[in-house]
Ligand binder design. Structure first.
Ligand SMILES: Nc1nc2c(c(=O)[nH]1)N[C@H]1C(S)=C(S)[C@@H](COP(=O)(O)OP(=O)(O)OC[C@H]3O[C@@H](n4cnc5c(=O)[nH]c(N)nc54)[C@H](O)[C@@H]3O)O[C@H]1N2
Ligand SMILES: Nc1nc2c(c(=O)[nH]1)N[C@H]1C(S)=C(S)[C@@H](COP(=O)(O)OP(=O)(O)OC[C@H]3O[C@@H](n4cnc5c(=O)[nH]c(N)nc54)[C@H](O)[C@@H]3O)O[C@H]1N2
Ligand SMILES: [Mo]
Length: 762
């Protein structure tokens, strides 16, 4: 498509989405039989959408597929194949010169392969031979902690459970995970505040809320099925507030493609009636400001003998820490609050009023909140706001993190964690009879640091594109080359697969859309959505090649070859996944009658103690947590007022680039752009179409200057004193040690930068 920047005037979804779905399918699939597959998505006997983790309303028979879900499905169910002939024709060195989109667009991997250094090509290997070679290497390493077991979040509950079992029997808790780059602040921050590291709302709560606050997420692109829930909220007359540095069309207006009247009349439903453009990194400041106003109104009302604004009863029975919070917000200076948030006091007053007026409020958030040095603190401020009016643990109220990958939450639930609890380890020991390691292992940043320092022998990747998804491309890429062994289990070719170790294996795996036949017949797997609903998924399509194995079978193959006297009944498990689930039931709390309950359409809900006002915190109460200061990176802030966030385009799934368009932001045929407000551009003496170099100020590495050159300026309706560009291209701007010290999430959305005109350098 031709390069073009234009103002997008339409609503989110609508006919544009229908057209995009048709195109995605035309480009990837054999239309007639495969389109039927799409209708099987998120249906009782169908498969779970590999797109996002937003729950399906009723698991009903209705056709509830969104544009980006359809794209994710078409991308996986593509008719294209990356065959052995393809790999014989193209050396790894040549493939490294291809772009990310072209690599994946070659199609599905068809055979297990091993890299041959002599020919510089991937070549076919028999599964058993590969397992034996890997098993031998793993057994030879003297320290199991020199191996990293990465998981990307499409992996099923069953495969993730087996994977952690294998790694733990092998002897390590090294579980870097995509969640470490995504919702780690949710796991850590919510657990400290309310005792559970997950969201507390169900879809029904959206029918009962008076106010929904959407802060730091972009559902039009990343969770499009959420738009139908927001549409219902809006149609009911409840209010929606959006807080986002960029104007995102998906938060403003939506045409529901499944509503013929809206579609034919070219109508749309307004979503957020209130839109506030917070400055990037300004959320803690903003929420502190809002809390301060609410407390001041409350005190004034009480002094006048008027009704209380805060829920005093809830605060005194259910919480601790209110007085400290009050003291902190009242003593935070307005100057700091306003300058860091980039918002006015009037705007904060409006938000406070809407919140005061609403009986029940839900706060939804995504990466705009989490991917910060203050990620954990940001979330805790959101909880503080909710606790003021008892907005946790009752109908129509609560916290709603928008999870990332479709099963990232489930993978964590079933044991993918570098810090396992003792009770979990005890249960493993009881059920399987081996002693799992107790010492905590590596999460993503620690594992990549160890890899880049050459301290890791082997990296096993259950899906994903780790080296590209992580910060500091240079460190990641060179680190991958230092490994003795890399094992990649994926559906499609990506750059991490090409950063070959001394021994590199690339395994093709069944995707969620495909039927998985084992000895006892077709198998189902299970996943957990953003709202803790666990349900089954049944693949429907013929596998992309007869040589594919399921994730579960690959883990079992690796484990058997590595641990000859394993205590785990690997063969039985693979013959019949019900047996895996029986074992999971024995180990995991909340999984009683697992096999029975996933056979009920819609599955079952994993109960959430906080949602029942049971606080599993050390204090036994919900904690108001006071966080110090409002500036994320005070040192860098003295050198530049500009912060940069890395964001997703509409045609992308993380490191998978489907195409070069970002329709709702009016960008077509290109990705090398940087978004900036009109006022800010003027201040920087820049105009639309100018080219700039971005230089990241990195005070953690002696202020090394990381740079990304030659981005095209796009004037965009967004907050001043910040800029945005796409990931993964921008990942080298972030240092590996620029993360939230409380949970380790890289600060992908808070990079202090300066801009220089591209012509100014050679
Ligand atoms: N189609 C599609 N679907 C996806 C994905 C995908 O790549 N493509 N990825 C999946 C995954 S793994 C994830 S984690 C989710 C990600 O879903 P989102 O959380 O929506 O992800 P992003 O696009 O990274 O960022 C969201 C928003 O954060 C805003 N933002 C940036 N900085 C700040 C800030 O400082 N404060 C505030 N308040 N907002 C800020 C940006 O303007 C942007 O609108 O989506 C999942 N679903
Ligand atoms: N700068 C910046 N960096 C970021 C982010 C950001 O906002 N800004 N976001 C971060 C976030 S939230 C995340 S989650 C990470 C994503 O990091 P990852 O999860 O590591 O990356 P993906 O791009 O989702 O992985 C794509 C690959 O997964 C494989 N795959 C797809 N489906 C399957 C399957 O069913 N099974 C298996 N085994 N493999 C499969 C394919 O081979 C495909 O190439 O990136 C992070 N990186
Ligand atoms: Mo994510």
């Amino acid at each position: 498509m031709k390069e073009k920047i234009e103002n997008y005037t339409g609503p989110a979804a609508g006919w544009g989405a229908v057209k995009a779905v048709a195109e995605a399918i035309r480009e990837q699939m054999d239309i007639v039989p495969d389109i039927i597959t799409m209708f099987e998505m998120n249906k009782p006997q169908g498969f779970d959408c590999p797109g996002c983790a937003w729950p399906d309303p009723k698991h009903s028979a209705s056709f509830d597929v969104c544009e980006n879900g359809a794209k994710a499905m078409a991308w996986e169910a593509t008719a294209k194949r990356a065959t052995l002939e393809f790999f014989a024709k193209h050396t790894v060195s040549e493939l490294l010169t291809w772009n990310d989109c072209d690599l994946e667009n070659e199609g599905r991997l068809t055979h297990p392969m091993k890299y041959n250094e002599q020919t510089d090509c991937y070549e076919k290997i028999e599964w058993n031979d590969a397992f034996a070679q890997i098993g031998q290497r793993l057994s030879n390493y003297s320290d199991p902690n020199s191996v990293e077991f990465y998981t990307s979040g499409r992996t099923s509950n069953e495969a993730a459970f087996l994977y952690q079992l294998f790694a733990r029997e092998y002897g390590t808790n090294n579980f870097p995970d995509c969640s470490n780059m995504c919702h780690e602040p949710t796991s850590v921050g919510l657990a400290a505040s309310i005792g559970v590291g997950k969201g507390t709302v169900l879809l029904d709560d959206f029918d009962k809320a008076d106010l929904v606050i959407c802060i730091g997420h972009n559902p039009g692109t990343n969770h499009p099925r959420m738009l139908s829930s927001l549409r219902e909220v809006s149609k009911r007359g409840a209010k929606i507030i959006a807080i986002n540095p960029l104007k995102e069309r998906g938060l403003e207006r939506f045409t529901y493609p499944q509503d013929p009247i809206e579609m034919l009349a070219l109508e749309s439903t307004p979503l957020a009636g209130y839109y506030y453009k917070v400055r990037i990194g300004g959320d803690t400041a903003l929420i502190k400001g809002v809390i301060r106003i609410i407390i001041e109104h409350h005190d004034a009302a009480v002094a006048k003998g008027q009704a209380s604004i805060l829920d005093n009863e809830f605060i005194s029975t259910h919480t601790v820490g209110f007085e400290e919070l009050k003291h902190d917000v009242l003593s935070t200076s307005w100057d700091d609050i306003l300058s860091v948030s980039g918002m006015t006091r009037d705007e904060m007053e409006q938000i406070a009023q809407l919140y005061i007026e609403a009986k029940s409020t839900i706060i939804c958030y995504g990466m705009g909140i989490t991917q910060h040095q203050h990620g954990t603190q940001n979330i805790q401020q959101l909880i503080n706001l909710l606790l003021l009016k008892g907005n946790i643990g009752r109908d129509g109220a609560g916290i709603c993190p928008l999870r990332g990958h479709s099963n990232v939450q489930g993978d964590r639930t079933v044991g993918i964690t570098e810090k396992p609890s003792q009770s979990f380890l005890d249960k493993i020991e009881q059920r399987f009879g081996f002693k799992p390691p107790v010492a905590f292992g590596h999460a993503a940043v620690a594992s990549m640091q160890a890899i880049s320092e050459g301290k890791v022998n082997a990296l096993i990747c259950m899906g994903g594109n780790l080296a590209v998804a992580m910060p500091d491309k240079d460190a990641c890429y060179s680190g991958m080359k230092k490994l003795d062994m890399a094992v990649h289990i994926g559906t499609k070719l990506n750059r991490s697969h090409l950063l070959t170790a001394k021994n590199t294996f690339l395994f093709p795996v069944l995707g969620r859309t495909e039927v998985d036949i084992q000895k006892s017949g077709p198998q189902s797997i299970t996943v957990e959505d953003s709202m803790s609903m666990v349900h089954a998924s049944h693949g429907k399509l013929k596998p992309a090649s007869p040589y594919l194995k399921s994730e579960c079978a690959i883990v079992a193959g690796l484990a058997k070859a590595t641990i000859p006297n394993s205590k785990v009944e690997w063969d039985d498990f693979i013959d019949d996944y019900d047996k895996i689930r029986d074992a999971m039931e024995a180990v995991l709390p909340g999984f009683e009658d697992y096999n029975k309950r996933i056979r009920i359409p819609g599955g079952f809900h994993l109960t959430n103690a906080a949602a029942q006002r049971k606080w599993l915190t050390q204090s036994g109460k919900a904690n108001f947590i006071t966080t110090e200061g409002v500036i994320e990176d005070p040192e860098s802030a003295t050198h530049s007022e500009l912060v940069l966030a890395t964001i997703r385009s509409h045609d992308q799934y993380n490191t998978t680039i489907y195409g070069m368009n970002d329709r709702y932001r009016g960008v077509f045929g290109q990705r090398d752009v940087i978004f900036i407000s009109e006022a800010q551009a003027k201040k920087q003496k820049l105009s639309a179409g100018d080219r700039v170099n971005v230089i990241a100020l990195d005070n953690r590495q002696n202020r090394t200057k990381r740079r990304l050159d030659n981005l095209k300026v796009v004037i965009y309706d967004m907050a001043d004193r910040c800029v945005a560009t796409y990931f993964p291209e921008a990942n080298n701007l972030i240092a590996l040690d620029n993360f939230d010290p409380q949970c380790g999430i890289p600060a992908y959305k808070n990079i202090p930068v300066i801009l220089e005109k591209a012509s100014a350098v050679s």
